[in-house]
Design a protein around this ligand. Structure first.
Ligand SMILES: Cc1ncc(COP(=O)(O)O)c(C=O)c1O
Length: 490
């Protein structure tokens, strides 16, 4: 039977054609181990299989294995096979011979201009779990066992469709479940065939940009706004036009001479400031989009977590056949690594965008999608959101109280609404939030600087503080450490 280790040995064996067969095989295996191609604990191929593959006698292979075993390269475990030993590298003092990947210097000269530009603006936090990291839900509370039960149940159906490529925009079951959920929970107007399942909002933003914009087109983004959108626009050669945000959300500019192809907004909970787009602003924006034949992209990333008052319905549902592409995600309600999100496509774009999605990304995760559909239909999704909403509301209140008590209410961002997974702690004008955030990060307090969300030079200074994933005691201790740093900075 062919194996990976067998392939590695075969390649090394045939690349050296001199010497006796026994010696050649011995050197080939040593070389594979010392060069790191066969790593410690790799299983060696059975002697009979290797002999067949290399057209050698089994005795030759047995002799080589015995020699390698005597020298400590490999060891056999009764009943389980022969393995490369862990101690081989230490014992043989052979480290210099091993390819040292770290020694190869980074060289970016072969990157494209777009790749270099993306690197220059890369903003994702290298750490994705820790005190005050914004936008992260409490993944520790996720009911894995329930989802596993549904996944196992779906797997038992042995439906080939669940294990092949998807070209139809996602699992029909999930699209149906989401249609009901989005109608009742978010006021979205759609039928299941308008839904496209994505690998999260990022992919949805990439899809709309690539499908609807030509290089040189303009797109409006919020100022301050989400860096993820801007990176995608830059990568696609789309000109970013930043529009100011006030307490009612994005301020559209009806007089703008060059209309945008796309308008990106977060109306339910402006990212990052936290304001809710007012009804009159929504109507203005819809009228503006209709006038200039632009598409509004509504990023509804964390709207499930509103802790007071009524939920804010989606902009998409405000008018029938609105010029809105709605994008949502399970990253905040369940967990980010699930990499599942959804789009609600306008009727005139639904077939084209599903087709382009399939050509670009090849749909998958069908089994997980089917399990998720059961999870939603049987009420577990709504129950999990309810539970998390209560938990996050308590944690947010603890943080708000701490800010009020220890720093004063002027430190609470002016647009914060009682919602979401983070809040804005505003800093006095002139405080360098970027260096403050860097200092905090170096001590494991993963705040982000508000000013880094702006493109223009008119910036508020502040910190984004995520609270959803932190236990009460951790919020308190980390907050006190942060206050000490703030006091040093002001
Ligand atoms: C405003 C906003 N939109 C979209 C996303 C990304 O969502 P996804 O994980 O579905 O790609 C984030 C992630 O933090 C976000 O903050």
């Amino acid at each position: 039977m062919r194996s990976l280790a067998g392939d590695v040995i075969r390649q090394a064996f045939f690349s050296c054609s001199e010497g006796k067969l026994h010696k050649r095989l011995y050197l080939a295996i040593c070389d594979a181990i010392l060069s790191g191609n066969l790593t410690p604990s790799s299983r060696m191929p059975p002697t009979r299989d290797l002999a067949d593959e290399l057209a050698l006698s089994r005795n030759t292979v047995l002799r080589v294995y015995e020699q390698l075993q005597a020298e400590g390269y490999i060891s056999s475990r009764t009943g389980s096979g022969t393995f490369v030993t862990h101690s081989v590298l230490d014992n043989l003092e052979c480290r210099p011979a091993i390819r040292d990947h770290k020694a190869v210097a980074e060289d970016h000269s072969s990157l494209s201009a777009r790749g270099l530009q993306l690197l220059e603006h890369a903003s994702a936090s290298p750490r994705q779990w820790g005190a005050f990291l914004p936008g992260v839900p409490d993944v520790a509370n996720f009911p894995h066992r329930v989802l596993k039960k549904f996944t196992d149940r779906q797997a038992r159906q042995r439906s080939p469709e669940l294990l092949t490529y998807d070209t139809t925009g996602g699992s029909e079951m999930l699209k149906a479940a989401l249609t009901d959920y989005l109608r009742t929970a978010r006021g979205v107007q759609c039928t299941p065939d308008q839904i496209l399942i994505t690998e999260g909002i990022h992919q949805a933003l990439d899809l709309v940009t690539r499908s609807l914009c030509n290089p040189g087109d303009k797109a409006w983004t919020e100022e301050p706004g989400y860096w993820g959108i801007k990176n995608i626009l830059r990568m696609n050669g789309v000109e970013i036009v930043t529009m100011p945000v006030d307490e009612q959300g994005l301020v559209p500019d009806g007089e703008h001479s060059d209309p945008p192809r796309l308008i990106f907004v977060t109306p339910s909970h402006q990212y990052p400031l936290g304001s809710v787009m007012s009804l009159s602003r929504r109507q203005l924006l819809l009228a503006q989009a209709r006038k200039t034949a632009s598409w509004i992209v509504e990023d509804d990333y964390d709207s499930e977590f509103r802790f007071a008052g009524q939920p804010i319905p989606a902009l998409q549902g405000l008018e029938t056949d609105s010029p809105v592409i709605y994008v949502g995600t399970f990253s905040k309600t369940l967990y980010p690594a699930l990499r599942l999100g959804y789009m609600v496509l306008p009727a005139q774009l639904k077939t084209a965008l599903k087709r382009i999605h399939s050509e670009l990304y090849r749909g998958g995760h069908q089994l997980t999608q089917a399990a998720l559909a059961d999870f939603i239909k049987e009420g577990y999704y709504a129950a999990h959101i309810r539970k998390m909403r209560q938990l996050y509301s308590r944690r947010r209140q603890i943080l708000v109280n701490l800010i009020n008590e220890e720093l004063g209410s002027s430190f609470l961002g002016q647009y914060n609404s009682n919602a979401g997974l983070h809040l804005i702690m505003q800093l006095p004008p002139g405080v360098d939030d970027v260096s403050l955030a860097q200092r905090a990060n170096s001590q494991g307090i993963l705040v982000r600087a508000l000013s880094s969300y702006y493109a223009s030079n008119t910036r508020l200074s502040g910190l984004l503080l995520g609270f959803a994933s932190m236990e009460e005691s951790e919020i308190k201790t980390s907050f006190h450490r942060l206050v000490a740093l703030i006091n040093e900075a002001i």
